[in-house]
Design a protein around this ligand. Sequence first.
Ligand code: PMP
Ligand code: GLN
Length: 385
Amino acid sequence: MAQFPNSIHSKLPKTGTTIFTVMSKMAHEYNAINLSQGFPDFACSKKLLSLVDKHMKLGHNQYSPLQGLPELLEAISDKIETMYSTKYDPEKEINITAGATQAIYTAITALVHEGDEVIVLEPAYDCYVPAVELSGGIPIYVEMKGKNYKVDWDEVKKVITHRTKMIILCTPHNPSGSILSAGDMENLDKITRGTDIVVLSDEVYEHIVFDGYEHQSVARYPKLVDRSVIVYSFGKTFHATGWKLGYCVAPENIMKEFRKVHQWVVFTCNTPMQYAIAEYLQDEENYLGLYDFYQEKRDYFIDLIKGSKFKVIPASGSYFQLLDYSDITDEKDTEYAIRLTQEFGIASIPMSVFYHKPVDNQRLRFCFAKEKETLEKAADKLCKI
Ligand code: PMP
Ligand code: GLN
């Protein structure tokens, strides 16, 4: 086909295809076990599926309101109040989105202007920076430090200027699996006090925290709540990443701006699934059970690879486990991830891609949201290396 116009002025000249798509495609081509892209290989709850079926058959198949189905907004408001002791107004402060990705994109588009600076902690999940750049914002990077990816708040404080509009957090953290502590939240509060900085908090793994730790949602901290947009994903919580349904919460003045953009991006989200999830959320075991469910998987995976040459990087949340391969080879992580997939039949994600300038610590990210059998097969391959 002829290419017209001949030269398109790209808005994202540095952007290629996401690493998740690249590695999943490679896993498929080489028939490798896919522990790269983060999605479960087990089914979501039959009860939830039958609720979707019920609501589709009841005829709940037309547009829902722009902000989301009232029943679901109510259920979310109650859930957050029970868990984090903050009451969000269902009508004015909560919005259903087409996954957390759309919530993040919409929040950044609504709030970041040309020339605004946005603090991004690296390694960073890949959808933040492109959204900032599309709005003409300037990402300001601060590296999370040490083996356990801690935030150095002094360093964050140093990069704050009068142009800083936003700081983006992710806890539990993808890709590292680290979590923010109450002390981190206090530091965040201190350094943002007296500023107009908005906190965008990506908490899609809120129910996947291990070793008895409690998820430190921004929603627990009243002073932070006033300046924060928090995003969540039903895809992660209910093992249904393909449904692309999530939500975000924010104070009314921020939410008003969010909705102005939301209506032009998607207007409204999948209706029957909103009905189904509203009902499913009534039983808190449907999400509180996740802590044990995933801790068991993580512990099982770690135990299975004990005899291997890979070193486990301790983590306290998310469904990703980092493995250090420095005892095996000096190869770059991007090269080794390809070789592991093509020669050894196991796909992972190289950590260096989550930095604007590759930082290669010879670590790969493995998703353990998998059936026991998948983890056993994967571990068997890893132990043979
Ligand atoms: N943030 C993080 C940290 C993620 O890992 C993901 C992937 N689920 C998302 C956002 C996007 O979530 P969703 O699939 O609901 O768009
Ligand atoms: N969040 C998933 C991960 O980190 C991937 C989502 C995507 O493919 N964009 O693996």
